[in-house]
Design a protein around this ligand. Sequence first.
Ligand code: NAD
Length: 493
Amino acid sequence: MDNSSSDHDSQPEVVSNIFTERFTEFNDDGTFKNELVEHTIETEATVPKLGLMLVGLGGNNGSTLVAGLLAHKNQVTWESKTGVHTPNYYGSFTQCGTTKVGIKKLPKGGIKDVYKPVKDLLPTINPTDMEVTGWDISKDNLFEACKRSHVLEPDLVNKLESDLSQIVPMKAAFNPEYIAANQSDRVDNILEGTNEEVIELIRADIRNCKERNEKVIVLWTANTEMYLLPELETIEDLEKAIKDNVSLPASVLYCVAAIKEQVLYLNGSPQNTFHPGVLALAEKEGGLLGGNDFKSGQTRFKTAMSDFLIGAGLRISSIVSYNHLGNNDGKNLSEDKCFQSKKISKSGCLDDAIEGNEILYPRDGKDIDHDVIIRYIPFVGDSKRALDEYSSKIFMDGVNTISTYNICEDSLLAVPIMIDMVVLGELFSRMKVDGKAFGPVLSYLSFFFKAPSTNHPEYVINSFNRQRETIVNLLKAASGITPDDATLLSFNY
Ligand code: NAD
């Protein structure tokens, strides 16, 4: 690997590294060939001024993200009954994660590992430098939105009042058919017009944001919508549905506007916004997409737990997941049409783990019994409860059951992940491998999504460890560091 041009002190315009990828290709008859493929990975080194546009700015996630970044920017401390608190980014892989980058030989003999913060491998944006704006169907300003969400401590929200109250969501694209009827009491801020007109209005908002920033990212953190079926199979189907003013989910209108403006569109909810016709449009117009559905709590744990259980040779046979939550997301999910989107998104996360072990899961054998139940219990607010039961078959057909009970503020888990997907999405949009940019789907963001969308629908990685390894190794390769093969053969381990 040539790391000569990645000397950060000399501030190159492009960080360029040659990386030799190694993999083994198998034939149907079991024979294989070891491949070595040389790639040039180039990353533009200048970090742009970024405008982040949230769809659902005034929701629990949107308002918590804005307040959290303001608290960081202004170093605001706040008091609760447990004492004085200072802002942190705990839960953010980019801001708090580190990775082993190599070893150091000790003067007296022996070795020790060397770690680096993930955010320092390549130039990345500082989250507090972003301008955050966006749309909401409710025109409450962000001070009111933070009060409504009951996520952050009142002392902090009150200290941020003058900044928060100046941020008012822009008028939103809205189609009530696709979200729960119980959301109607917050609708007072919507764009009027045909599909075509609304897309044009959203595009104008994005262009305004572009005028103040060098790059823009749109992130859907609005209500979970019902699936649109049948899917829009081709660009022609999509364009016809727009032109004929067919009743389309708002997410499709935002996504098309983002594609046309060639800005990254991230989908934090489970609905099927990325129809084949939408993906084809993104490919044609140079759009960039990442999704779907933030992988923040129960599913993230499930993909780590299944790494552990199946990785240890145990046969997970049943997983029953139950949650209750009392925030507005829970209220929206209490209507079956929206819950079904969430259920689909939460259900597929073990497919690759099963596929990967034919001893435990023979092709003609049974899958895992897997069910997901969600209930709306207003009393618990944003503090979601997740109860999971993992039953595995063990030696001689014994059964091992592990039950977990997690209580956590939902938005305080989601916001660091939103920051991560924006920081890395922005970075990946500055990268080229062998002269070609990533896209139309930023599959490397799979680590942050429950139901990852990739450029190869047949190849989806859900495993927590594999997703993390893929992203970290890409960052290392692009920054001139050899991804470690972990054999330790040179060190007499
Ligand atoms: P929320 O209900 O508090 O916020 C959603 C906001 O979107 C609301 O303010 C609503 O008024 C607004 N909205 C609805 N339709 C809109 C539209 N068409 N245009 C603009 N704004 C619109 O929900 P939340 O807790 O912030 O979660 C947001 C989304 O993230 C939900 O779909 C949820 O399922 C998803 N999600 C959340 C988590 C998590 O919080 N841990 C994890 C995974 C996915």
